[in-house]
Design a protein around this ligand. Sequence first.
Ligand code: FRU
Length: 449
Amino acid sequence: MTILKTKQPAFHITGEKGWINDPNGLIFFKGKYHVFYQHNPYDVQWGPMHWGHVVSEDLTHWEYLPYALTPCDEFDSFGCFSGSAIEYDGKLWLLYTGVVENQGGETFRQLQCLAESEDGITFKKHGVVIGEDKLPAEYEPWNFRDPKVWRYNDYFWCVVAAKKRDGRGRILLFKSKDLFDWEFVSDLLNKDSDGTMIECPDLNQELGYMLSCEQFQPKEEGHFNVHTSRWHIGKLDYESGEFKEKTRGTMDYGFDFYAPQTIAGANVVIGWLNMWDRTIPSAKYGFTGMLTVPRKVEVKGDRLYQTPIVKTKSGVEKIVDRLLEDNVKKGVITIKAKGLTDFSLKFREKGENYTELCLENNKWVFNRSRSGEEIKGVETDSDSLNGIRRMPCSKSEEKTLTIVMDEFSVEIFEDGNVLSSTIYPPEDATKLTLSVKADHCVYLVEEVE
Ligand code: FRU
């Protein structure tokens, strides 16, 4: 791999060099937030998965630590795949998927492995704790990954993504007294996923939601990406082992979002701000992939609400009388409007290049077709081919739009919904033009601290 130049986002986590995907092991431990992530330090493509590691005290400024896990043992020699963290007995424990390659001509095996740390920096591996012997025979042992662990009533519990032989994705529940000896409890939803496989299940019993990702999801209203992430409102019934789902919805309406995980013990979620099967123009700078800003999550009625967490310096509000022009590249923009009937925002503009957000038929319409460098995906519907994504707009009289902008990304929040996408504009594309028709509208830019 040649690292030509490093042009990193200002406040989004990347691997500094090489490839990253899913956030893993999110936890607050000994005064710091720990974020691990799927990482190939040797190339800008997916490859041998390590666990990269950063820590932060404020969820905005991140410090790099040595790799927490490297794929170097007989139980994870093909890769240390996704997993989660828990604090127990004053130590930090990681439950992750060790992947091993063809043995005796058979296909891969995915095994749930355990590692522990006293200081949260150096980890000692304990090897496989949920092996093929614990997986009921009707599931494929080569599609069994991404354990998410928590503690309840003297037991450790974990949900793991699985696949029925000749079937589709499932989410399995296991329990253990000591993190080492696990037993199978149930198939949580007891039905096949729509997509071909489920990945990265995440359960938050306290708030009452589960997150899941589906690969090769059939097209349906509200899901535009072939691989999609969902929230499911509901609770696990520990007696029956059933997840009682009330409603489900889309985690993110943008092009680039996958594999969200909740920080253990905090109602905060971080996702991968990229998507499988897309080209990533930052490869030429020596890095590919980044994580979203942390999002506070709440369950209100039958919906999941997400709002960004970014530490900013205070800015000065301006009243928008029809048209406003500014220069912004990075930061958090808040637009509050009352009685909004018309909205158009062009940002990161220079010459032919700009990114656009408009309001059409009560939907926010995001367009990155002229943002800058081309990003190719596998979706073939006309919106995708035209660089468009749509997100519902709240029906309330007063709307608050929050836009988090960094070097190569934009995350748009309104009414608890989010639309996240990468963009690769020219470095000096900073012009912003806002045009509104509203009874009252204010605009605020805050720099990130
Ligand atoms: C999700 C995923 C996980 C797996 C990891 C491998 O994006 O496919 O299921 O553990 O990435 O890097």
